[in-house]
Design a protein around this ligand. Sequence first.
Ligand code: PMP
Length: 406
Amino acid sequence: MKKFAFSKIGQKLTSSIIRELLKDVNVPGMISFGGGVPDPKTFPRYKLSEVAKDVLENEFAFSLQYGPTEGDDVLKEAYINFLKRNDNIEGLTKDNLLITVGSQSALYLLSTILLDSESKYFVSKPVYLGAASAFSMNSMNHIDLPLSEDGIDTDLLEEKLLELDKKGEISKVRFIYVIPNFHNPAGVTLNLERRKKIIELAEKYDLLIIEDDPYGDLRYEGEGFPSLFKMAGKNRVLLLRTFSKVLSPGMRLGFVIGHEILIRKLVMAKQAVDLCSPSLTQRIAGRFLEKYDLKELLKPTIEIYRKKKDLMLEELERNFADMEGVHWTRPQGGLFIWLTLPEGYDTMEMMASGKKNGVLFIPGSAFSIGGGCDNSMRLSFCLPSEENIIEGVKRLKKTVVEYGKE
Ligand code: PMP
């Protein structure tokens, strides 16, 4: 086989475990709780198609052309209004906003401008794999904070920061990365007390917080908390949002909201990566936001997901309540439930029998850099039908019982 000489980063790159594991998703009869993709039925395709036609025919000089690296002013203005109306975030100008190719590319750009090989950063355990991949391109020095129902362990964060400060290494810490609402993969939400604590610690040690919030608008019940960005402002927090889970992931539109100095630096990095985000989808989304109330349009989507989430929780209760040591998170929104089996169960090993029984899930270790979370799994409830949720959880129980007997 022909050999090519790769860079150190190139050599480190491996295929995403999740993509590998989900290869069997199209096997006939398979029920998948694996992928975290939205239900296509929720895409507002006819409304988008109408706006797209108009944008293509009447705004072709912008929408089919290269655009500014910072993003389309029309979408920026519409999104600043959206943030004002829905998140009470005031005082933003266009200089506080960068439009990226989904928030995944924002994570990559942040890794580029913030991390050197000796830099340290805090992430949750389990972690969102896409963030871990982007950050570890430049530095492997992640410090893991375990998650509970209330979000990351802030006592441990305090302890670790104190330790680093004593060792004179605090300047190596570049950021604390949090997914505040309906965490991927754990489904949990950071409570108010912990939000305050993270901000207090970030103030004390002069650290940046990266707040990655793709799921905040998918709340099915209960009251939300203010964003860390709203609480602490642009000097302390960089907020990442995306249209992927609320409008369409195919449009590939993400938003970085933060201090103009950080935004400017990200713009320079983005120039080297892709010149600009797609003008066409930006302008379509901009006009779409001007015309429709996205929050209002999300109501039926929220209804669909809430029902599926409740059903999966009921079925987990029905099937696993009698099994000692099995527990799972109870998200109030988002797309994921995190199921944990007793110590000794290995969900990666269970994949094969799961597939044989016709059910797919993502093993916990896929969300853990350098090992751990072996006895957990991520279950996504957004894509399977209600009948398949019922049948899939039964198959999952069978798989777990069979494994326990081995
Ligand atoms: N952050 C988190 C926590 C996610 O779950 C995802 C998508 N699964 C992303 C970022 C990236 O999303 P996108 O690039 O589609 O905006």
